[in-house]
Design a protein around this ligand. Structure first.
Ligand code: PRP
Length: 183
C-alpha cells in the first residue's frame, strides 16, 4: 500500500520506503560486523515487527535464526506499571546465544525494557535491541538500544508494521495519521 492509496488519512509521510531500506542496509552492515562468527538469534515482537524483521533479516549477510514473541499489556494501566504478559513465547532456548530483539517502535520503552530483562533471565550470551523507530519524547523508561533507525516526534504514526485498529500495517512508508481518522 502506498500513501496515495489512502489519501487524506495521513497528514505527512515521515519516512519513505526508500529511506527505510537505505537505513536498514546501514544497520545491517553494522550488525554484520558486530556479530561476525557468532550464533545469532533475531527475536521479532509480533505483530508490528514483521516488516522490519523481514527486510532487516534479508539485508544481513551473516547466518542467523529467527524466532517470534507476542506480548501484551495487562489492561490500560500496565504501560505505566510495566507489567507485560507473554501471549506467545519463543520456540528457541536462549542459553549461550546472541539475541537481537527486532522491533518496529519504542514508544514509552516499557515493552522493550521488560522484554530485555525477561530474556536475560534465560541465560543468553548477550541481548541487544534493534528498533526501526524511537520516540524520545514519549520515553517513560530508558532503554539501551544499540541499533536505531530513526528518531521521530511523538505523533500517531502508522505504516511499515505499525497499525491503527489493525489497519495500515501494509503501508510501505511510515506516516502521521490524520486526526480525523482516530478522533
Ligand atoms: C507496539 C510496538 C512495541 C510497543 C512499543 O506494539 O510494536 O511492541 O508497542 O510501545 P512501548 O515502548 O510504549 O512499550 P503494540 O502493543 O501496539 O502491538 P502490535 O505490535 O501487535 O501492533
Amino acid at each position: 500500500m502506498l500513501p496515495e492509496d489512502i489519501q487524506g488519512d495521513l497528514t505527512t509521510v515521515l519516512v519513505t520506503e526508500e529511506q527505510i531500506q537505505e537505513r536498514l542496509a546501514e544497520l545491517a552492515a553494522q550488525i554484520d560486523a558486530d556479530y561476525a562468527g557468532k550464533d545469532v538469534l533475531l527475536v521479532g515482537v509480533l505483530k508490528g515487527a514483521v516488516m522490519v524483521m523481514a527486510d532487516l533479516a534479508r539485508a544481513l549477510s551473516i547466518p542467523l535464526e529467527m524466532d517470534w514473541m507476542a506480548v501484551s499489556s495487562y489492561g490500560a494501566s500496565t504501560k505505566s506499571s510495566g507489567v507485560v504478559r507473554i501471549l506467545k513465547d519463543l520456540d528457541a532456548a536462549l542459553a549461550g546465544r546472541h539475541v537481537l530483539i527486532v522491533e518496529d517502535i519504542i514508544d514509552s520503552g516499557v515493552t522493550l525494557s521488560w522484554l530485555r530483562e525477561n530474556l536475560i533471565t534465560r541465560g543468553p550470551a548477550s541481548v541487544e535491541i534493534c528498533a526501526l523507530l524511537r520516540k524520545p519524547d514519549a520515553a517513560k523508561v530508558e532503554v539501551d538500544v544499540k541499533y536505531v533507525g530513526f528518531e521521530i516526534p511523538n505523533d500517531f504514526v502508522v505504516g511499515y508494521g505499525l497499525d491503527f485498529a489493525e489497519k495500515y500495517r501494509n503501508l510501505r512508508s511510515v506516516g502521521i495519521l490524520a486526526p480525523h481518522v482516530y478522533e
